[in-house]
Design a protein around this ligand. Structure first.
Ligand code: NAD
Length: 459
């Protein structure tokens, strides 16, 4: 395990590197982003292999959610960086005349990124893209639980970047806590709300700003008058991608009573269409990350009436795609983030009931609504508070770089992706430039006789 002194040394070297000014130029930033993109291409197969070993991820899922998204984010940053770096002129009040003023982004300095195990590659690298684009040095601590991906990240990054500029530091919570004792200029954390609190507490000691990308229960409302077959496909895809271990997976369904039985049929059919009669044999269905989470999820299978699924194979850490009815709001499954392949269903009569149900719980990362009724869409957007709302689909909001991604309250603080990533790792400095021309001396003492002139001229 890395000693405290070693970590302190790495941080110190990064500050020296940052203060050398090397990370500042647009040419340097673009070179590093291009290099990172090329590494994604060169290591594509190894990345997929590591993700398969950690989570049983199919090559398609790995490419879609871990590799392509990084390449797209880099392309977006490369395309817009020149514009993002430009200072923005602002007007000045009359009493400042003659003067010019502008707001200029500048890198914060040395930043720390701590990432989780569920999308272990992309959730370590996506924030790093923002940090590089904004001109920072960065230390990244991937999750120790997704061990193969963590090792690969260390190999890819540490063999190709100067460690005084970007460094992967592997390790568990002890290393994480050692890192948190150091002073950084920003901490970007993705993980659970409980660890988010520990990170924020550590950050307060140095008044370090934080971005917390957390989790929670993201509800999915399904109302009547909607294409239920397509709806079911979109829900099943978003729920069971990565075996349900996605922070924005629909956690539970709130379904209009009138269409419940038809929807249930369509959901079961979609599961069979996607993963076959025996999902354990499907190459497209993932595995639970470790024994701890396997046991936790197996226990949740007792929470209600199983409509489909409910099978599990401990030695494979396999839990079949499961839909569950007759779930009470007091059951553990409705108290904690499921983060696995179990989808409970609760029904409602009127949409207001669903909204009240959501509003009585912590603010979610995402709310999904399947409804073609524009009035209902408006009501859900306006009457609920969440990181995002996605209408008539699930998870897809994640792939729009123009939409900042993040939570609110229990689901997080701050957001990233696209320009938002550049923004969180930048400080927007205000600059005022005054001219010596036309000095009235009105503001200088002695003030005798000046107030009436001041009021007459400036109010
Ligand atoms: P976690 O909070 O257990 O761990 C996240 C990171 O924190 C890991 O690198 C881990 O080593 C470190 N860590 C763990 N305990 C720590 C401690 N006591 N002190 C300091 N560091 C510590 O989360 P996880 O289990 O890896 O991921 C699952 C959670 O992450 C879920 O709640 C999920 O919703 C959330 N998540 C959120 C997003 C998002 O973008 N909002 C994305 C993925 C996952």
């Amino acid at each position: 395990m890395l000693k405290n002194e070693t970590i302190t040394m790495i941080v110190k070297e990064q500050y020296q590197y940052f203060l050398s000014g090397r990370t500042q130029s647009i040419i340097f930033r673009k070179q590093q982003l291009k290099k990172l993109k090329q590494l994604m291409i060169d290591y594509e197969n190894e990345i997929s292999e590591a993700l398969y070993k950690d989570l049983g991820k199919s090559q398609f899922e790995s490419y879609l959610a871990e590799i392509r998204i990084i390449k797209e984010e880099i392309n977006y940053a490369l395309k817009h960086l020149k514009k993002w770096l430009k200072s923005r002129s602002v007007s000045t009040p009359i009493e400042q005349f003659p003067a010019t003023a502008f707001i200029q982004p500048q890198p914060k300095g040395v930043v720390l990124i701590i990432s989780p195990w569920n999308y272990p590659f992309s959730l370590a690298v996506l924030p790093l893209i923002g940090a590089i684009a904004a001109g920072n040095c960065a230390i990244v601590k991937p999750s120790e639980i997704s061990i193969h991906t963590s090792k690969l990240l260390e190999k890819i990054i540490n063999n190709n970047f100067d460690s005084a500029y970007i460094k992967i530091v592997e390790g568990g919570k002890e290393i994480s806590q050692k890192l948190l004792q150091e002073k950084f200029d920003h901490i970007f954390f993705t993980g659970s709300p409980s660890v988010g609190k520990i990170v924020m507490e550590a950050a307060t000691k140095n008044l370090t700003p934080v971005t917390l990308e957390l989790g929670g229960k993201s509800p999915c409302i399904v109302d009547k008058n909607i294409n239920l077959k397509e709806t079911a496909k979109r829900i099943i895809w978003g729920k069971f991608i990565n075996a349900g271990q996605s922070c924005i997976a629909p956690d539970y369904l709130l379904v209009n009573q009138r269409i419940k039985s038809t929807l249930l049929e369509a959901l079961c059919q979609a599961i069979q269409e996607f993963f076959g009669e025996e999902p354990s044999k499907s190459p497209d269905y993932g595995r639970i990350i470790n024994e701890h989470h396997f046991k936790r999820l197996s226990a949740l299978l007792q929470s209600g009436k199983i409509i489909i699924g409910g099978q599990f194979i401990p030695e494979m850490r396999y839990i079949s795609p499961t839909i569950m009815d007759e779930v009470s709001a007091n059951f553990p499954i409705m108290q904690e983030e499921i983060f696995g392949p179990i989808l409970p269903i609760i029904d409602y009569k009127e949409i207001e009931e669903a909204i009240t149900f959501i509003n009585q719980r912590p603010k979610p990362l995402a709310i999904y609504l399947f409804s073609n009724d524009k009035k209902q869409q408006k009501i859900v957007i306006e009457k609920t508070i969440s990181g995002a709302v996605c209408l008539n689909d699930t998870v897809m909001q994640y792939g729009v770089p123009q939409l900042p991604f993040g939570g609110i309250g229990n689901s997080g603080i701050g957001s990233y992706h696209g320009k938002a990533s550049f923004d969180i790792f930048s400080h927007y400095k205000s600059v005022l430039n005054r001219s010596f021309w036309l000095e009235t001396n009105l503001r200088f003492p002695p003030y005798k006789g000046k107030l009436k002139w001041f009021k007459r001229l400036l109010g």
